[in-house]
Write a protein that binds this ligand. Structure first.
Ligand SMILES: C[S@@+](CC[C@H](N)C(=O)[O-])C[C@H]1O[C@@H](n2cnc3c(N)ncnc32)[C@H](O)[C@@H]1O
Length: 271
């Protein structure tokens, strides 16, 4: 297919994507949008971007909107990503929460979980380090296709490359090229589709002790970051904790959280 994404069509698509998801696609990434949408247009036998724009923007087509989210999101993730944060979560933050609450119950939300590595990772860490806990873990994402993979929980060698041998032998089984996660860990995470921009859906998650929302704010502009983070604030219990990506910051986004530094890791605590 030799079709061109005209600047004016690109801008309309970009504005629509931003309004619906908070994801801002700069001019320099126009080629990326072009490449990703061409695949979807081929599936739908659509031969120009204007028709696609019409379908997705004016067609009030929720299925096509879901496919658009699949196409425009970047879903890179892997087990034991940013391990210093995971150490602080399991060795410092969780014991603090359990002591304060004086129960063994903890609620955790991985709020842009992609294919599931992050929430499953948290479950495995707690099983190893604090097996007495009763955990409620939610994984959510805006993309249906990554949520489908998360539920299947069969991972590539790339995804498990940093998993320590003990975890590998205890929680994974090889099946051909894939590494399948143990069913007891799979069953410990409930996945659902949640858009961080969607105020009414975000209200369905409340009273979380810890939220991980890592490596997604980088795709948002300041206004969208503020919106997402204020939703996350409302979903935390008082004194609950938010982890964002190690390269991300809430500077210029909000002052509602207190930054707490533990072993050089910044964790944001709700007041
Ligand atoms: C790079 S992945 C990060 C995965 C994991 N948190 C990690 O740090 O490894 C970013 C994820 O954010 C999701 N995402 C993007 N915009 C979103 C939104 N508005 N609401 C919910 N999830 C979103 C994408 O679909 C993608 O799976």
């Amino acid at each position: 297919m030799n079709i061109i994404l005209q600047d004016s069509t690109f801008k309309q698509l970009r504005d629509f994507i931003y309004e619906k998801s908070g994801i801002f696609i700069p001019d320099s990434k126009k080629y990326l949008l072009e490449n990703r949408l061409i695949k979807r247009m081929q599936e739908k036998n659509i031969t120009n971007f204007e028709d696609y724009l019409y379908l997705v923007v004016y067609g009030n087509n929720s299925l096509e909107l879901a496919r658009l989210f699949d196409a425009v999101t970047t879903n890179e993730t892997y087990f034991f990503r940013e391990p210093q944060q995971l150490d602080v979560f399991v060795n410092d933050i969780t014991p603090k929460i359990i002591t304060r609450k004086a129960t063994n119950d903890i609620s955790i939300w991985s709020a842009a979980s992609s294919t599931g590595e992050e929430p499953y990772n948290l479950v495995m860490l707690l099983r190893e380090k604090m097996p007495q806990l009763r955990t409620q873990v939610i994984g959510s994402d805006i993309s249906d296709s990554v949520l489908e993979s998360a539920r299947k929980a069969a991972y590539s060698s790339y995804s498990v490359r940093n998993v320590p041998p003990l975890y590998m032998s205890k929680y994974f089984k090889t099946n051909g090229q894939n590494f399948e996660l143990d069913v007891s860990v799979r069953n410990a995470v409930m996945f659902k589709n949640l858009n961080l921009m969607d105020s009414s859906k975000m209200k369905t998650v409340r009273n979380m002790d810890v939220i991980f929302c890592r490596n997604v704010l980088i795709y948002f502009d300041e206004k969208a970051k503020q919106r997402a983070v204020s939703h996350l604030y409302d979903s935390l219990r008082p004194n609950g904790y938010l982890f964002i990506g190690a390269s991300e910051s809430l500077h210029n986004v909000t002052r509602a959280f207190k930054p707490v530094v533990i072993n050089k890791v910044v964790v944001y605590q709700r007041g």
